[in-house]
Design a protein. Structure first.
Length: 424
């Protein structure tokens, strides 16, 4: 305490209202982009990277603002809608470590702009491996650095132009202290003996290819389970595809045109006229009524088609766990034993269970395990499923031990089916 100032309250955290160096001008010209790339190339150290999307407003998940910050270059804000590809920036950052928070959310839209990291540090994933209770950027920044950030603009329409100054302040602050957070997170990981785990996870995130397109994505329409009959399912497909095509053309989020609940309601009602359609729940408002003939045509085509969609399609997905006891009881039993064992280990390591072992990997292991219960066989199967080395090293012995114990108990029960207690 400084003498003479004992009466002053010292705030626990410092609130950041705006970038320390002031708000930079948004780069929205080819010349500005070239200059930004040059600045980044001449700078030093890791580069903080973030994006802002217009989820729920525009079609797809493309970036409407890209924020970067690197020592010596300061903060750079880029409007990709104005400049297009950011290949120049990507080239300037070859070999440089990128620091992102929740990288899996930003990397797809960055890849669309021709930006792909050579090295990655994900502060949000690092926070998960540390077992932090809250891993949002604002929460981690406050806990590890003592700064508070405002998050009131996280869900706004970033496609709006011009972008308001307070939105740009918010966006710039997202990378203002991200590199500092990276070093603080690394220190914590090293202290916890988890830095090698984190580095392996970061590389896995960086190198994992995007998932293949979903087969029949319309089957993920919310409420589809309430639709019965192939023609009605065909109506759902037709309406979903019509909505998707129009949404892409208008560059608007599909559900802003028509909610899933309206698609399901129309499929169940199978209206024959526009008035009948417009009286169906969900078909209200200007966007829905303006395209009434489009929606009605989709339903009529379903009614008249000679090839309605099949009720189900082949899938590589596992059956729902609740049905395992009937379909494959031994798999259900394995899962009941191994799931809590893995959860207990995760608690001991101060990790979320899903970060110690992906739940899908555990389910697939239980559904189709190796022939042997040895630790080596368990480890090999987990690697086949995609578990990382650090996960395998910790989980395989626990799974092996519990599985062997389960087998021993079942053998004993078969040898003594009555379960009679010994005399004596």
């Amino acid at each position: 305490m400084v003498p003479g100032f004992e009466h002053l309250a010292v705030p626990a955290t410092v609130h950041l209202n705006g970038p320390a160096e002031g708000l930079p001008r948004v780069v929205d010209t080819a010349r500005g982009l070239t200059r930004a790339a040059e600045q980044l190339a001449e700078a030093t150290g890791p580069v903080a990277v973030d994006t802002e999307r217009a989820s729920g407003f525009r079609y797809g998940q493309r970036a409407f603002l890209v924020q970067l910050r690197r020592e010596g270059a300061g903060t750079i804000l880029i409007d990709p809608e104005a400049v297009g590809s950011l290949a120049q920036v990507d080239e300037a950052l070859r070999g440089v470590e990128w620091v992102l928070h929740a990288a899996t959310q930003d990397m797809p839209c960055l890849a669309e702009l021709d930006m792909r990291p050579d090295r990655l540090f994900d502060t949000e994933l690092g926070g998960r491996l540390l077992g932090l209770r809250k891993v949002g950027l604002a929460s981690m920044t406050e806990e590890l650095l003592g700064f508070t950030l405002s998050k009131e603009h996280s869900a706004v329409d970033w496609s709006q132009r011009p972008l308001p100054v307070d939105w740009l302040n918010y966006a710039a602050l997202d990378v203002e202290v991200l590199v500092q957070l990276r070093w603080a997170t690394q220190d914590r990981l090293a202290e916890a003996g988890k830095l090698d785990w984190a580095l392996e996870e970061f590389e896995h995130v960086r190198t994992t290819p995007p998932p293949p397109p979903r087969q029949d994505p319309w089957r993920r329409t919310h409420g589809l389970g309430n639709v019965r009959g192939r023609r009605k399912l065909t109506a759902v497909r037709n309406l979903w595809q019509a909505r998707e095509s129009l949404a892409q053309h208008k560059d608007i989020a599909p559900t802003r045109l028509l909610p899933d609940s309206a698609i399901v309601a129309a499929a169940n009602a199978m209206p024959r006229t526009v008035p009948q359609l417009m009286s169906t729940p969900g078909f209200h408002g200007r966007l829905a009524s303006r395209e009434a003939t489009r929606w009605l045509s989709a339903v009529q085509e379903a009614r008249l088609t000679e090839e309605p969609v099949p009720a189900t399609v082949p899938s590589t997905a596992l059956p729902p766990v609740k049905g395992w006891e009937t379909k494959r009881p031994e798999a259900s039993e394995r899962l009941k034993v191994l799931k809590p064992a893995v959860a207990e280990l995760a608690e001991q390591l101060d990790l979320p269970t899903e970060n110690l072992l992906t739940p899908e990997h555990l389910r697939r292991f239980c559904w189709q395990p190796p022939r042997s219960t040895s630790d080596d066989a368990v480890a090999e199967r987990l690697r086949e499923l995609g578990a990382r080395s650090w996960q395998v090293e910790r989980v395989a012995p626990v799974i092996g031990a519990h599985w062997r114990d389960l087998r021993s108990r079942r053998r004993a029960e078969r040898a003594d089916p009555q379960g009679a207690e010994p005399q004596g």
